[in-house]
Design a protein around this ligand. Structure first.
Ligand SMILES: Cc1cc2nc3c(=O)[nH]c(=O)nc-3n(C[C@H](O)[C@H](O)[C@H](O)COP(=O)(O)O)c2cc1C
Length: 229
């Protein structure tokens, strides 16, 4: 099972779900069990105060950017928290079978163009090599309402599917997508803790990103990006 047959299978799954979506279980007839917080609807909507809740309360998407530019050390911190090793010798996110199939890339932007791009190396916690580029960011997205010229950094998630597809078949693609989501959420939390406005963009033009930004053929499949100032 390669990347493309895995993707075909996920499309088939979506189509089958559409065809059969009325056949699902509803629990409407069962009596509701009141939980302690449901006496107050506002309290029910809010998790109990905690450092994590405080951090998540600051989370929102920013589509325009101004003010101080984030330091590269902030970006490296975000990358380490999103996919690096922790003090316990493990990674910040779990991975099916311990394959860790994601790659995170850091691109520096100037006036809406990628000036340099480098891959994050989780072992060293650094960017292993920066390649110079002159590639308009907008060309890689089907998204037109974001202030690309105000953004100064972009983190990109790609996935190498072959090893996990060989091990897990079509499920490997699902696992990879879940792992991207977990890593992105860690990056979002890192941005919130550093007070950095950001947005996750899923509307990548995959082929353009592969060929023009990463120059990696089909080896790495782009998944999503996070823009920040
Ligand atoms: C996978 C993913 C893809 C997204 N893609 C886009 C996008 O292409 N354009 C955009 O403006 N926002 C995008 N967003 C941001 C959502 O629009 C945003 O999270 C949502 O509107 C809720 O707003 P909030 O994040 O401010 O709470 C994306 C978010 C996710 C998780």
């Amino acid at each position: 099972m390669n990347y493309f047959s895995a993707r075909r299978t996920s499309r088939l799954t979506m189509w089958l779900q559409k065809l059969t979506e009325d056949a699902y279980t509803e629990f409407n007839e069962s009596p509701a069990i009141p939980l302690p917080s449901s006496a107050n609807p506002c309290a029910a909507a809010m998790p109990r105060p905690s450092p994590l809740h405080d951090l998540l309360s600051k989370r929102k998407s920013s589509r325009a950017f101004s003010g101080d530019v984030a330091a590269i050390s902030d970006c490296v911190e975000i990358l380490r928290l999103a996919y690096g090793y922790t003090a316990g010798g493990r990674r910040s996110v779990p991975s099916a079978g311990g394959f860790y199939p994601l790659q995170l890339w850091l691109a520096e932007l100037k006036r809406g163009s990628i000036e340099r791009v480098g891959r994050f190396d989780p072992l060293t916690g650094e960017i292993d090599h920066f390649a110079s580029l002159d590639a308009p960011v907008q060309d890689g997205f089907r998204v037109f309402h974001v202030d690309y010229t105000g953004a100064h950094w972009m983190i990109l998630w790609t996935v190498r599917l072959l090893p996990i597809a060989e091990r897990y078949g079509a499920r490997g693609y699902r696992f990879a997508v879940m792992e991207v989501g977990m890593s992105v959420q860690c990056a979002i939390l890192a941005c919130c803790s550093l007070g950095l406005p950001h947005i996750v963009l899923g509307g990548l033009i995959e082929q353009h990103v592969r060929l023009n930004w990463l120059r990696t053929g089909r080896r790495y499949a782009p998944q999503c990006a996070l823009l920040l100032r």
